[in-house]
Design a protein around this ligand. Structure first.
Ligand code: PMP
Ligand code: GLN
Length: 399
């Protein structure tokens, strides 16, 4: 058996350094490096291969030329705080005080890290779904927390309500819910959303939502933030980011919204992580958040077409493809093609098909990694001709 890659150990919380004392790359960094090295099509790391709206890019240029090149205020530039509050009102009917209940962060990543560091003490438990976005496991470990997971089972990644209940205890400090979900592409159903809120209330836990894919729902579905459910708002911190919505993943402009007493706690930590970031990008994301409703609808419709191209191509290539209802990703099972170890297949995929994907096991602790062993996450936030080429190349796996 080959030794596990550093990211496999890191994702499972065993260590963040490799055997030689070097920082272990994340699975995304390793897979992007593999694509760059081999020239394979990179459907691994989730980032678009086209620019987002011109007005947003122009606004960043304008801010730079206007001299917004020094530290912005610690909480964020006022126009972005206002734009986030207005966005929450426009799309979800959530009323926020932009000066007290909104915090700008260095991407959703910092919002999540600062939240966990602020609210989790040694030995406190944090509940997430599994598979989970890799940063959750890492930051829970950094905070000294205990990571409890709820398995998403079967070909459709269903959440069993008894297992959800069993993950909570009186030590649960936090529950982090990512919806739409990376890596599975699932969207929570109403009953599961309600149960998460009920359990958080019963166990007096803070609810943290990771909504970075909030505008990328397909087939006519609308995003429902957990904080809009009865009894949720007073205990929910909602996290999002401009990266996916405006195809600016490198800008790292995120935000957190919620009750002032919780946002303030997170801000105390955030002040000593980055303090601030992205002075010229903050006003540009504010412009993006103000784009008309039709622009947001067009974004989801365009991505849905890309999802269809890739999902159909994967099915034609012989994979068993899980439905993707939101986000950047579709999960394809390689078992019907005779591959049982997707981590191994992903390392060989550049050579076999000229494509890079990420094994779902990289989002799992050891036990769940077994259940998802033959599954691969592919990103479809790429140009249609790139997706079509990837699908044609993957068809070569069948023989
Ligand atoms: N949460 C999820 C579920 C993600 O997929 C990502 C990455 N794209 C992030 C958080 C990080 O977002 P950001 O780039 O804004 O830090
Ligand atoms: N969120 C991106 C993904 O899931 C990766 C971001 C990163 O590289 N950390 O692919």
């Amino acid at each position: 058996m080959t030794a596990p890659a550093p990211w496999e150990r890191a994702a499972r919380g065993a260590m963040l350094l490799d055997g030689a004392g070097r920082a272990a790359p994340t699975v995304f960094a390793e897979m992007s490096a593999l694509a760059a090295r081999t020239g394979a099509i990179n459907l691994g790391q989730g980032f678009p291969d086209e620019d987002g709206p011109r007005v947003v890019l122009d606004a960043a240029h304008a801010a730079l030329d206007a001299g917004l090149n020094q530290y912005p205020p610690g909480r964020g530039r006022p126009e972005l705080l206002e734009a986030v509050a207005e966005h929450q009102r426009r799309f979800y009917g959530i009323e926020l005080d932009p000066r007290r209940e909104v915090l700008v962060t260095a991407g959703a990543t910092e919002a999540l890290a600062a939240t966990v560091l602020a609210l989790v003490d040694d030995g406190d438990e944090v509940v997430t779904l599994e598979p989970f976005y890799d940063a959750y496991g890492a930051v829970i470990g950094l905070a000294g927390g205990v990571h409890r997971t709820v398995p998403m089972r079967g070909a459709e990644f269903a959440v069993d309500h008894a297992e959800l209940r069993a993950a909570f205890s009186d030590r649960t400090a936090l529950v982090i819910v990512n919806d739409p979900h990376n890596p599975t592409g699932t969207v929570l159903d109403a009953a599961t959303r309600q149960l998460v809120v009920d359990l958080a209330r019963r166990h007096d836990a803070v609810l943290v939502t990771d909504e970075v894919y909030e505008h990328l729902l397909f087939d006519g579905a609308a995003h429902v933030p957990l904080s809009t459910l009865p009894g949720a708002a007073e205990r929910t911190l909602s996290v999002s980011s401009g990266g996916k919505t405006f195809s600016t993943t490198g800008w790292k402009i995120g935000w957190l919204t919620g009750p002032e007493h919780l946002v303030s706690k997170v801000m105390t930590v955030k002040q000593y992580l980055t303090f601030v970031n992205g002075s010229v990008f903050q006003p540009a994301i504010a412009v993006g958040l103000g784009l008309p409703d039709e622009w947001f609808a067009g974004l989801a419709a365009g991505l849905q077409r890309k999802r269809d191209v890739l999902a159909d191509g994967l099915a034609a290539a012989g994979f068993s493809v899980a439905p993707s209802r939101g986000g950047y990703f579709v999960v394809a099972d390689a078992a019907p093609l005779g591959f049982s170890d997707a981590a191994d297949l992903c390392r060989r995929l550049p050579e076999l098909a000229g494509v890079v994907g990420v094994p779902v096991s990289a989002f799992c602790h050891e036990e769940a990694a077994v259940e998802h062993a033959s599954r691969i996450r592919f990103a479809f936030c790429k140009r249609t001709e790139v997706l079509e080429r990837a699908a044609r190349q993957l068809a070569a796996l069948r023989v």
